[in-house]
Design a protein around this ligand. Structure first.
Ligand SMILES: [Zn+2]
Length: 250
């Protein structure tokens, strides 16, 4: 009887010891699982706006829009187009980097191809200045495609209204909505509009500050016209600042 009770007591002790050990081992696992579950819920809830919240915001300040941010830094919120191009054009060199905002759904390499083709075309600004795309190092221009909210932030104090693009210092910021849908005058020619918006904003960067009107009915529209606001005003579509003969259009 006493032997039997002793064995039962010992057996109970062993079971309790085993349960305690299991609890000690399991607690951190359970805790980390709960933490993971909470994180998964907090980042997974759509808030009904586009795009889904970007987890890591860029860290630069409003008045220094972006150029201090090292290219391609992990978590920067920007994808940098890989590789680069040779130098094209004349005179002052503008080295540039192409970036797309994380979550935009765009490929930085594909955007860079559009930008490179616009800037390297014989009808482009290479008649006035020189361009070279780089992936890293010093640049005179960063060309970004960004969501409307980011455009507004990077273009402040200019008012881009979530609708248009801007050039702010060395930063050329192209609005994703315009990139994807163009403007009314180019609604059926979005690929052409992309070249136009690159030429317009880069035109600002290299010193073309004005917005000329259409010079006359049937004439090619200057690339520095604000077609989003004014339409073509009787001009015909044109996406290049120069003619094939090297004459300036605007
Ligand atoms: Zn403009």
């Amino acid at each position: 009887m006493s032997n039997s009770r002793g064995r039962r007591t010992f057996a109970t002790f062993v079971v309790l010891l085993a349960l305690s050990a299991a609890a000690v081992v399991a607690a951190p696992v359970i805790e980390s699982w709960l933490r993971f579950a909470a994180h998964a819920v907090s980042i997974g809830e759509p808030d009904g706006t586009w795009p889904l919240p970007i987890e890591t915001e860029p860290h630069w300040s409003e008045d220094a829009p972006g150029l201090e941010q090292p290219a391609g830094q992990e978590g920067s919120g920007w994808h940098v187009a890989p590789g680069g191009t040779g130098r094209v054009g004349v005179g002052r060199l503008y080295r540039y980097r192409v970036e797309v905002e994380a979550g935009s759904g765009l490929s930085a390499a594909e955007v860079a191809r559009v930008v490179d083709n616009a800037l390297r075309d014989p009808r482009g600004w290479s008649n006035e200045v020189a361009f070279q795309r780089v992936e890293a190092g010093d640049v005179e221009m960063v060309i970004r495609v960004a969501s409307p909210a980011t455009v507004d932030r990077l273009c402040a104090p200019m008012d881009t209204n979530g609708e248009v693009s801007c050039t702010n210092g060395n930063l050329v910021v192209l609005n994703l909505v315009r990139w994807n849908h163009g403007v009314k005058a180019y609604a059926d020619a979005v690929a052409d509009y992309r070249v136009l918006v690159v030429n317009h904003e880069v035109g600002h960067r290299i010193g073309h500050s004005g917005h000329p009107p259409c010079p006359g009915p049937g004439r090619p529209s200057p690339v520095m016209m604000q077609v989003y606001y004014t339409g073509l005003q009787g001009c015909v579509r044109n996406i290049w600042p120069y003619t094939t003969d090297g004459a300036f259009i605007g």
